[in-house]
Design a protein around this ligand. Structure first.
Ligand SMILES: Cc1cc2nc3c(=O)[nH]c(=O)nc-3n(C[C@H](O)[C@H](O)[C@H](O)COP(=O)(O)O)c2cc1C
Length: 353
């Protein structure tokens, strides 16, 4: 869908409460007939953590929490799709309203609180998808599964271990999400001793031959945290870091709903997320692949992250303001950018800024 058409229907979409519009979008996407995977230029392909990503532009977690529409999203031009966050048991999440558009700021605030139907429900759906096999070309894209802990869990580390075991068979990669601001105390798992224990436990649960494991971190970290997290991740053989989740900080904002609590994403997160990425890059060199998220809504945004050291990028909030064709437009723009610089692959551009 081109930007002109989305601009036309956007007021209609925005007339609905944000969560109702999102639900309607998922329902509509689930009804789409299977489509052939879009073809990407060979220069966009890269091998990260043993997986081949046909384009470096992915869908961030939270859009397709229950894994209902991964193929539809791949069909729209994402090189990879991250479903989840999925918790071991289903949970309702926080009371509504819990999702807010900040139109003047091109931003979103959410305090969904890991609403999802649980891992066994998604597992069944993702198994069905896998069993259908690559009979149509649609099903060859990379699909990751993002896992979390239930809010009322007595042992959060055990929830991640259970998630790794349950979801590994249907996941091209797993993401350990310890950076959502909407489950009280969850982000404490980013702290020293807890993080080492958690990463050791998930690495053991994956065992030999399991999928790669990515760790998703918050943009709101203290000086020194970046080095410590990188060290813990490398020691536990984590395969990549996703930088970053939403922020609990509130940069200058215009919108009426700016004081709603929750995680902020979209344009105002951009400089914070880029800054966090740079810190992680300087802490890790090229030892640990980095995946950038936070306020990416254009080719320039994606290119800046790649130059700053990201091997892949993910987006979510940009879709709300720029429409479903955004991933494809960014991918096409990256092909041009590489050609202009005389580079033959994304890998040549990673960390070149
Ligand atoms: C409504 C909403 C729900 C989200 N849910 C999740 C989630 O369940 N798990 C997760 O790891 N990140 C979640 N995120 C964070 C995004 O994956 C992403 O890290 C963040 O929004 C920054 O990217 P963006 O500015 O492109 O949206 C959510 C974001 C939004 C806007």
């Amino acid at each position: 869908m081109d930007m002109g058409f989305y601009r036309l229907i956007r007021p209609f979409v925005f007339a609905f409460d944000a969560e109702a519009a999102h639900r309607a979008t998922i329902k509509a996407l689930a009804l789409l007939p299977p489509r052939a995977l879009p073809q990407f230029a060979p220069s966009l392909a890269s091998d990260i953590a043993g997986l081949t990503f046909p384009s470096p532009v992915g869908l961030a977690a939270g859009f397709d929490k229950d894994g209902e529409v991964p193929d539809a999203m791949l069909g729209l031009g994402f090189g990879f799709v991250e479903v989840g966050t999925l918790t071991p048991r289903p949970q309702d999440g926080n009371p509504r309203p819990r999702l807010f558009r900040l139109v003047e700021d091109q931003a979103v605030i959410n305090r969904m609180g890991f609403n999802n139907r649980g891992q066994s429900d998604a597992l069944e759906r993702l198994w069905r998808r896998k069993r259908r096999g690559p009979s149509t070309q649609v099903r060859t894209g990379v699909v990751g599964v993002n896992i979390g802990a239930n809010k009322d869990s007595a042992d959060r580390i055990e929830d991640y271990v259970a998630g790794v075991k349950a979801m590994a068979p249907v996941a091209d990669y797993l993401t350990i999400n310890i950076s959502s601001p909407n489950t009280p105390g969850l982000r404490n798992l980013q702290a020293g001793g807890e993080l080492i224990e958690l990463l050791g436990a998930v690495a053991a649960a994956r065992g030999e031959g399991g999928p790669p494991i990515f760790l998703k971190v918050a943009p709101d970290l203290a000086p020194g945290d970046h080095e410590r997290i990188v060290r813990a991740a490398i020691d536990a053989r984590i395969d990549a870091l996703i930088v970053a989740n939403t922020t609990v900080s509130r940069p200058m904002l215009e919108s009426r709903v700016k004081h709603e609590s929750g995680g902020l994403s979209g344009a105002p997160l951009k400089s914070l997320a880029l800054d966090a990425l740079r810190r992680f890059r300087s802490a890790s060199g090229s030892e640990l692949p980095l995946i950038a998220a936070g306020g990416i809504a254009s080719v320039d945004d994606a290119w800046a992250r790649i130059e700053a050291g990201a091997s892949l990028v993910q987006l979510y909030s940009g879709l709300v303001y720029h429409g479903p064709g955004l991933a494809r437009r960014i991918a096409d723009g990256l092909v041009e950018r590489l050609a202009e610089r005389g580079m033959s692959s994304i890998a040549d551009a990673v960390g070149s800024g």
